[in-house]
Design a protein around this ligand. Structure first.
Ligand code: FPP
Length: 248
């Protein structure tokens, strides 16, 4: 098992814990620039942060953790940066998959996969296969992911069923739509965290965050710590969630 900091974990009220936390890991590039490093150094530091946050999620017994590793829009970055991120992603999976498996993590990928190099696609499939029977944290890595793209793919699947005469348009329910999403079978996002100071959603989990609580911090992702992650969870525990209804 990964070692845990029980004082830190003890701050979280287990009865008011989110089931599903999503994170926009932003600020790697700006963090690196502000220290006079190349942007790639920021991404490498970001991987270390991710490792620590996943450990914390495991030790807390969180049900699902989803991280935004690469968006459908990130292909617009310079080739060198895209190549570096792909390399980091492969290296991360190769290096961490055994440890994740030993910690009962179940990895899953959100988004398209077809534009990734065949070797990376195979690594993704093999990692999912390795961990498919694990019962711990559902760890979703969103890679070549866009919320609008996911919604369009789900709509296309339902439209195919309508065209084939298997369902009528008016039969479509929120549950059926949910089942076509990459997060199928997982709880909706309760808490969305964004590091790096920007206050936007950036096309992440548009459907799944319908009633999510948001937590923003100026801390750049490489400096985000398990302590700050716990701060976000403690703050979540104090929120009054009404889901559109009134409190009694
Ligand atoms: C945002 O920082 C971060 C990304 C686009 C990639 C996130 C990637 C990692 C944390 C590491 C790789 C992940 C895995 C799963 C191996 P930014 O570059 O947009 O920062 P900026 O806004 O400061 O430029």
């Amino acid at each position: 098992m990964w070692e845990s900091d029980n004082d830190l974990l003890g701050r979280v009220d287990r009865n008011r814990m989110p089931r599903h936390v999503a994170i926009i890991m932003d600020g790697n590039g700006r963090w690196a620039n502000s220290h006079g490093f190349l942007r790639s150094v920021g991404h490498t530091a970001g991987v270390k942060t991710l490792k620590n946050i996943l450990k914390t999620a495991v030790n807390l017994g969180l049900e699902a953790l989803t991280v935004y590793a690469f968006s459908t829009e990130n292909w617009k970055r310079p080739h060198t940066e895209v190549d570096f991120l792909m390399h980091l992603f492969s290296e991360y999976l190769e290096r961490e998959k055994t440890d994740m498996h030993a910690n009962n993590v179940r990895i899953n990928f959100l988004g398209r996969t077809e534009d990734f190099a065949p070797a990376l696609q195979k690594l993704m499939t093999d990692s999912m296969q390795l961990m498919k029977n694990n019962t711990g944290v559902k760890f979703n890595v969103a890679a070549d992911y866009g919320g609008q793209d996911e919604i369009i793919r789900a709509t296309q699947n339902l439209a195919r069923l309508v065209k084939a005469g298997e369902i009528a348009p008016e039969d479509i329910t929120a549950e059926m739509f949910d089942a076509e999403l990459d997060t199928c079978g997982q709880p909706p996002v309760d808490l969305m965290i964004r590091t790096g100071g920007d206050l936007r959603v950036s096309n992440f989990l548009l459907w799944q965050t319908a009633y999510a609580e948001f937590w923003f911090t100026d801390t750049p992702w490489p400096e985000f710590t398990p302590k700050e992650f716990i701060d976000a969870l403690v703050d979540f525990g104090k929120r009054d969630r009404r889901f559109g209804a009134l409190n009694k």
